[in-house]
Design a protein around this ligand. Structure first.
Ligand code: 5AD
Length: 400
């Protein structure tokens, strides 16, 4: 049974800074995790098969506008070889992730999915961005088991600000080319984040459906984040990934945030020089006291609250959490409700090029890291999953 907490009690807990209350929240989430999904930590091999993307998301380092990035695409042969490698390393699931890269046609993905399933038996998770309902149906038919598509935020205004529609660099540019009537309709009738309908399509197609949000994206308020967590429950998700937003210097949003941080530091230094004032420096905020900070601690809280409202879902300890809070935070996530980790198996030649945020390639998840990770999981009192780790939420739905 999901816990009866509502969006205002979630918001209150998100704002909570009493360490004792926070510790209790973590303990509760850990108990709910143990009772509902057990002690196993499931390992998913993450293969970042292309960093080409047609979208212009303002936070993401592999967005189409980033001319500083060397682009790569793995061939079908390279992808299949990596799948074999993942199977040899003992993984039971392969996650195929890429930018929104239509170079991989419907039929190419069908071939890749079929071949991997036939030759390795791995469960397959696709994470290829917003694709058409028709191709999602064909890939499911070919044997794909799961699909990941984070909705990033349930606030339509924030969503539009950070996700210009395909082919446009801002939502304003998109509206500018509409007729006045259509522009008016777009503003009046768009109330839901467009990815929600794709998530419902994925559910209808019987995928295990994964989604999630970034924590601390500029403009994200506590109220919105609380609603995001309630939305996880409403969507009855099988997987929920939450990671801190990490500014990337080659993105509009990252530039804005890093510049604001610099000017804040300068102001604080000036104030201290001038008066030695003991006023606390303000941390960078976009929405004043309502702005959620992009910290590891806030992310851990979101993971714990997510576990309380979605007891049977699979919840990963995300890479971004490991980058921002260092490896310790990623492991701490296992004490706050997480039960999945996605080690990176992308060939090293490509790995540093999949730079959706800064510092990502400093997480060294090479094969050599697997033994260390296994040990850390055991040290945390957990076991490494030996099955494909299907979501219990999915299993529960299929019993009905
Ligand atoms: N910081 C943190 N996470 C990011 N993502 C994309 N860019 C960033 C960033 N700058 C996340 C998005 C996306 C997932 C694959 O990576 O949530 O869905």
């Amino acid at each position: 049974m999901a816990m009866k907490i509502n969006s205002s009690s979630i918001e209150q807990l998100l704002r909570e800074d009493d360490p004792l209350v926070i510790r209790k929240l973590y303990e509760q989430a850990d108990a709910v995790r143990a009772a509902n999904v057990g002690n196993d930590v499931h390992l998913r091999a993450l293969l970042e098969m292309s960093n080409v993307c047609r979208r212009q998301c303002t936070y993401c380092g592999i967005a189409a506008y980033n001319a500083h990035l060397t682009r790569y695409r793995m061939s079908e042969e390279e992808i299949i070889a990596s799948a074999h490698h993942a199977a040899q390393l003992g993984f039971h699931t392969l996650v195929l992730q890429s930018g929104e890269d239509t170079f991989y046609s419907t039929s190419m993905i069908i071939r890749i999915v079929r071949t991997i399933k036939e030759q390795t038996g791995l469960a397959i998770t696709l994470s290829l961005g917003e694709r058409t309902p028709e191709e999602l149906a064909e890939w499911k038919e070919a044997g794909a088991n799961r699909y990941l598509l984070r909705f990033e935020t349930s606030d339509i205004n924030l969503f539009q600000r950070i996700h210009p529609p395909a082919g446009f660099s801002s939502y304003e540019d998109y509206c500018a080319q509409l007729s006045p009537e259509d522009a008016c309709m777009a503003h009046t009738f768009t109330t839901e984040v467009p990815r929600m309908s794709l998530l419902r399509t994925l559910r209808e197609l019987d995928y295990e459906v994964g989604s999630g949000v970034m924590v601390g994206i500029p403009g994200q308020t506590y109220a919105t984040l609380a609603r995001d967590i309630c939305t996880f429950q409403q969507l009855d998700l099988d997987m929920i990934g939450v990671g801190p937003y990490i500014p990337h210097p080659d993105t509009p949003l990252g530039k804005q945030m890093l510049a604001a941080q610099t000017s804040q530091t300068a102001k604080t230094t000036q104030a201290q020089d001038a008066t030695s004032a003991d006023e606390a420096p303000n941390s960078f905020t976009c929405a004043g006291v309502n702005q959620v900070p992009n910290t590891a601690d806030m992310t851990l809280k979101v993971i714990a609250l997510t576990r309380l409202v979605c007891p049977k879902s699979n919840i990963p300890a995300t890479t971004a959490l490991g980058v921002l809070g260092e490896e310790a935070s990623r492991i701490q996530a296992f004490e706050c409700g997480a039960n999945v980790i996605m080690p990176n198996v992308t060939p090293l030649a490509y790995r540093s090029l999949y730079s959706i945020y800064e510092g990502k390639d400093t997480v060294s998840e090479t094969e050599d890291m697997l033994a260390a990770l296994t040990q850390q999981i055991i040290n945390a009192g957990r076991t490494v999953g030996t099955t494909e780790g299907k979501s219990r939420a999915f299993a529960a739905r299929h019993k009905e």
